[in-house]
Each structure stands twice: as structure tokens, then as C-alpha cells.
Design a protein around this ligand. Structure first.
Ligand code: C2E
Ligand code: CA
Ligand code: CA
Length: 602
């Protein structure tokens, strides 16, 4: 999808693309993609075809991109349309002339850089002296300026408000469409600018898009897709008054800029619109809305639009609300997401993911009875990254499979090593993301890992977050139970689970969430519920383990009500496997008086 804002200048768009490692032809085409009626992806693809030509250094890539842009904007497709053909050729010649003038007659990379890109030795010099960094940005800027001049000259004389003028102009339908949309953009921008300057009320940017619009297109065809968009535009026209400006930014992304007094007015406006656009013919439509309320009117329009876009994207991730207001954190979380996506593959291959182990204790025996495997990501520059920061992202994109398989493998190896040293009392539990519960792949992977390490199945325990009436999780849990695994119900009492779940469940152990622990300490009611859960679990023969135990007080209370197994900072924090192994060895030694092994043997 086109991530770029309409309010970015062409230069800014091009620079951004260059920063993202696209080459110059792509940067030029991409910068003008909106105006020439291409989505960014298509523009980049077309631009990429000229990589070969450029590498041979016959024509400057910027100039190549500019010629193509001009062709899209002013070219002809009807062989009989001689008038347009002549006009297009004239403009292209004009482009090359102006370019040559700005570049002092240099038209290809060799002349511009002073060295030949196609020769290995000369290419090395180009890199060494950073000649591309030195010359190419200037060429790119000049190209964009020339293109802007040419397009502006071409447009001159078309009154902005009067689109019918456009219809009377000679030229192709495509060109008229492009000109019309350009016109609309400019008018919108101007209106918003005026509103920001003159309004004494608050101002908000509301951006929205259609959830899974691609699916609508695929399922019903592009014609219906176009009709849907047209329909949305009409509904916008109907709900917006003449001081509420709206625009179809690109494909299925729309934006409204409006004044308001109370934030509730914004939500009302959205609800009113939403009621009208919830379906078109038989197609059900779901929108997600992001709102940015303007604080600093001096801020660039592009930034305001960016923020509304961030809120819209965050709304998409949000299961509860389809309307979200911009918050400062969004920016960070988007950067974070991008960072993770760009770095996760390397993290696997470079073994930056590590298994930490947090001991589980028996209060009565004051001994380790097992451990939970928790992933840590040690990034060479960022340092330690905790699971809460990256697990949600990699659950979204499916990469959690790689990470979990790796941790499961590590856990199996650890168990194997313990057994080799005679330590057999310490099962390790691993977390099983919900993502695995959608298919059977995890069953095979687990089996393979266990037989590969030649360890008993009951030594590897599985932690699954159970929630009420989730058929999928239930089914998979029964399946894993049938396979012979010990199942731990993670995060019990964190909000979704209920007591009923205990009555019929394939789980062997219930892990009480730390929030349970907190509420138990602060309210009598919380304590009573906990007592009931413990009593019920004991009666049903279910194992019980309290998580997040941080204080002596909690330990005492748990012991009093009959919960013996605990995991939490009070006893130990998660630690590297070497450190945990030392703990185990010490315990084994203390109980047996022998079997000393050191972490160095790991
Ligand atoms: P979880 O499964 O509920 O794991 C327990 C979390 O509580 C761990 O956070 C642990 O470090 C933390 N914790 C333990 N004792 C205490 C305590 O006394 N007080 C407090 N405040 N916290 C305590 P961590 O390691 O940051 O992991 C967070 C979550 O990320 C885990 O919650 C789990 O849902 C997920 N996760 C961690 N490792 C993996 C993994 O390898 N695979 C998958 N799928 N999820 C993982
Ligand atoms: Ca867990
Ligand atoms: Ca938990």
C-alpha cells in the first residue's frame, strides 16, 4: 500500500524512497505516482525495469524516470491523435533540453559521475569517493523541479474550481482524470490551509480506510470495487457540511478535516458516516478510523496526516475499537514494528534469541520443581529486548513459529543435558502461541524435537492461554492432551477465563495470573475468589501454580489456602540457562550429596 502522504512534496517523497534503497528511476516515478494515476507499487515496479539500462549507464536514471512520468501524464495512446502526439514529443524534448541545461550537457551517469559504472575498477572508485552520494541527490532534485515546472505549465490556464473546463480540453480520458484529481488535491490542501489559519475552533484530521478492500476487489471484481469507492465519496458529500473537507487520498483511504468543539462531535460524525457506508449493494463494508486532533497548527500538514494515518493503522490492530485517537506512543510502536520486521530474520540466523529459564518452586519443600522457558532477544545494538515488545508483532506476521520452534528446541536440549547429568526432576514448560493452534504443524514439530532429543514426553510441558468459549483452543488442547503432553493453562484469571472452565478441561495445571495475586492482596473479595479456585482445583485433582509471586506475604497466604507451587520474583527472576543449570546442580548436590556439574560443561 502507498504509505506516503499526499501533502509530502515530490522531493520529500523521492528522498524517502532513496532512503529506502530504491534507485533513482523508481524515486522519480514513485514521487509522481499519485499524479500519474499509479499506485506506488506499480510505479516502483515500472521504475525497476530500467535498472538494467541504467546500470549500463546510457541515460541518467532520473531523466529516464522523468521521461516516463511525462509520458504517463501527457502521452497519447490513440494512434490517430496526432495533436497529442506532437504535443507529447514537444514536451519530452523540452524536458531533455532543460535537464541538459541544468546538467551542463551531461545526460548519462558516466558523464555526471566522471567514472564508468559498468567497469568494476571505476565502480570501486565511485563507491570509495561516494560520488553517487555527492552528485545524484542534486540531479534528482533538478529533475523533480523540471517535472514540476512542466506539469504546472501544462496545467496553467485551467481554473482550479472549474472541472468542467477540463472536460472540454483536448486530450485523453486518463489525462482528464489525472488533472481532475490533481485539481481536487490542490483545492483540498488550500481549504485545509485556510481552515487551520482562520478557525477559532479545534481541528481534527480523520482518516479511514476499508478493511480488506483488496478482498472486496478480488471477490466482487474491480468494477464493484470502484463503485464502492464512488459510493463512499457520495456518502461523504452527504454527511460533510461546507466547512468539512474530505478527499479520497488513494485507493481506499479517505480523509476528512473538520472543526469541532467537543471530541464527541467527531465520534458522532464518524457514526453518522459509518451508518451510511456499512454496506454497498450486497457487500458488507467495515471501516477503521484514526483521528488526529491538531495541537500545533504550525506543524506541517504532512505530519498531521501522518498522525491520523498512524491512528488508523493502530485501530486496525485493535480488536476492541475501530475508532482510535492518535497518541504519541503510536509513533514509537510503528517504528518498533518496523524495526522488528526488518531484524527478526537475522535474529534467528545469528542466534540472537535466547532461552531464559524461570524456576518454579514448591513452597513446602523450598525446592525447584521445574522451570518456564521465556524468550529473550539480545540485539547487538539495541541490547535486550523483552517479549512483550516483539511477541505481538511476530504473532501478527507469523514469525512466532520460527521463534517458538527455536525455544522449544532449546528446552528439549536443556532437558536432554540435565538427564545426561542425572537431573530428572525438572520438567520445562514452553509457551505455545495461539498462532500454533490454527493447524497441526506444531504437533509434528514437537514430536520431532522430542524424539530428536530422545527425552520423555512428560518432561516438556506446554503453556497455553485458555479463554472461555474458544472452540479452536479447546479442540487443540484436547488433541495435544491425546498426544500425551502435560498442559498448563496460562494466565488463568487475567480477564477472560472463568470458573466453569475448570469443570471440564483437558488441562493438567492451572497457572494463576499475577493479576489474581494482586487483587487477592488488596480486596477481601479477591481473596475469597482465589480460595474458591484453589479449593475447586484441589477437589478436581488439577495442579495449581501461582505466577508473579513477589512478596513473603503472598507466599504465606498461598500456603495457607493450599496452593503450593509458585513462580515469581520472590524466588527467582528468569535467568540464562547456564545460571539455572548451576542452581539445579546445587540443589541436586544438596539433596544427594554429589553429582556436581558446572555451567562450563554446557
Ligand atoms: P507469561 O507466559 O505469563 O510469562 C510470565 C511473565 O511474567 C514473564 O515475562 C516473566 O518474566 C514475568 N514474571 C515472572 N515472575 C514475575 C514477578 O514476580 N513479577 C512480575 N511483575 N513479573 C514476573 P516475560 O518473560 O517478559 O514474558 C512475557 C510474556 O511473553 C509471557 O507471559 C508470554 O506470554 C510471552 N512469552 C515469553 N516467552 C515466550 C516464548 O518463547 N514463546 C511465546 N509464544 N510467548 C512467550
Ligand atoms: Ca507462560
Ligand atoms: Ca502467565
Amino acid at each position: 500500500m502507498n504509505e506516503m502522504g499526499w501533502v509530502m512534496t515530490h522531493k520529500e517523497r523521492a528522498e524517502r524512497l532513496i532512503r529506502q534503497q530504491y534507485h533513482c528511476t523508481q524515486a522519480v516515478l514513485g514521487a509522481f505516482a499519485d499524479e500519474i494515476g499509479l499506485d506506488l507499487k506499480t510505479a516502483l515496479k515500472i521504475g525497476s525495469c530500467f535498472g538494467g539500462g541504467m546500470r549500463r549507464a546510457e541515460t541518467c536514471g532520473c531523466l529516464t524516470g522523468a521521461v516516463m512520468t511525462l509520458g504517463m501524464a501527457l502521452g497519447y495512446y490513440d494512434a490517430q491523435d496526432k495533436e497529442r502526439e506532437v504535443y507529447g514529443i514537444k514536451k519530452t524534448e523540452e524536458l531533455v533540453r532543460r535537464f541538459s541545461e541544468r546538467m551542463e550537457g551531461k545526460l548519462n551517469c558516466r558523464e555526471i559521475l566522471g567514472y564508468d559504472l559498468t567497469k568494476t575498477e571505476e565502480l570501486a572508485v565511485i563507491h570509495e569517493k561516494n560520488l553517487m552520494g555527492k552528485y545524484c541527490p542534486g540531479v534528482l532534485n533538478a529533475t523533480i523541479e523540471i517535472l514540476e515546472e512542466l506539469l504546472a505549465e501544462h496545467l496553467a490556464g485551467v481554473p482550479e474550481e472549474d472541472e468542467t473546463e477540463l472536460d472540454n480540453m483536448a486530450g485523453s480520458d486518463e489525462m482528464r482524470t489525472i488533472l481532475r484529481s490533481q485539481n481536487r488535491f490542490r483545492r483540498f490542501k488550500r481549504s485545509v490551509g485556510e481552515l487551520l489559519l482562520s478557525s477559532s475552533k479545534e481541528i481534527a484530521f480523520i482518516q479511514f480506510d476499508i478493511r480488506q478492500f483488496k478482498v472486496v476487489n478480488d471477490l466482487y471484481g474491480e468494477k464493484i470495487g470502484d463503485e464502492v469507492l464512488q459510493y463512499v465519496r457520495e456518502q461523504l458529500k452527504a454527511v460533510c457540511n461546507d466547512r468539512q473537507y474530505f478527499i479520497n487520498l488513494r485507493s481506499d483511504v479517505f480523509m476528512i478535516v473538520t472543526e469541532y468543539d467537543e471530541e464527541s462531535e467527531l465520534v458522532e460524525l464518524i457514526e453518522r458516516l459509518n451508518a451510511r457506508v456499512s454496506s454497498y449493494k450486497n457487500v458488507k463494508l467495515q471501516m477503521t478510523y484514526g483521528i488526529y486532533t491538531v495541537e500545533d497548527r504550525e506543524m506541517e500538514l504532512r505530519q498531521m496526516e501522518d498522525r491520523a494515518a498512524m491512528a488508523r493503522k493502530a485501530a486496525k490492530q485493535n480488536a476492541v475499537s475501530r475508532i482510535l485517537f492518535y497518541k504519541e506512543q503510536f509513533k514509537e510502536s510503528l517504528y518498533n514494528r518496523k524495526f522488528i520486521e526488518e531484524n527478526m530474520q537475522a535474529a534467528i540466523t545469528e542466534r540472537q534469541f535466547m532461552m531464559y529459564l524461570q524456576p518454579k518452586y514448591s513452597i513446602a519443600k523450598n525446592e525447584i520443581i521445574g522451570a518456564e522457558a521465556l524468550v529473550r532477544w539480545r540485539h547487538p545494538e539495541r541490547g535486550m529486548i523483552f517479549p512483550d515488545q516483539f511477541i505481538p508483532v511476530i504473532e501478527d506476521n507469523g514469525f512466532i513459529r520460527e521463534v517458538d520452534y527455536y525455544i522449544w528446541g532449546e528446552a528439549c536440549n536443556f532437558i536432554k543435558m540435565c538427564r545426561q547429568k542425572g537431573i530428572t526432576f525438572c520438567p520445562i514448560s514452553v509457551n505455545v502461541s495461539r498462532v500454533h493452534l490454527r493447524d497441526d504443524e506444531c504437533i509434528k514439530v514437537l514430536s520431532d524435537l522430542i524424539s530428536g532429543a530422545a527425552i520423555p514426553r512428560e518432561m516438556l510441558e506446554l503453556e497455553i492461554t485458555e479463554s472461555v468459549d474458544d472452540q479452536e483452543v479447546s479442540r487443540k488442547a484436547y488433541q495435544l492432551k491425546d498426544e500425551g503432553y502435560t498442559l498448563l493453562m496460562d494466565d488463568f484469571g487475567s480477564g477472560y477465563s472463568s470458573l466453569n472452565i475448570l469443570l471440564e478441561t483437558p488441562f493438567d495445571v492451572i497457572k494463576l495470573d499475577k493479576r489474581f495475586m494482586e487483587s487477592m492482596m488488596v480486596s477481601g473479595k479477591g481473596k475469597m475468589i482465589l480460595e474458591q479456585v484453589v479449593a475447586m482445583a484441589n477437589k478436581l485433582g488439577l495442579g495449581l501454580l501461582a505466577e508473579g509471586v513477589e512478596t513473603r506475604e503472598q507466599v504465606d497466604l498461598l500456603q495457607r489456602i493450599g496452593c503450593d507451587q509458585v513462580q515469581g520474583y520472590y524466588y527467582a527472576k528468569p535467568m540464562p540457562k547456564e545460571e539455572f543449570f548451576e542452581l539445579l546442580c546445587a540443589q541436586a548436590e544438596a539433596s544427594k550429596g554429589g553429582g556436581a556439574v558446572t555451567a562450563a560443561e554446557l
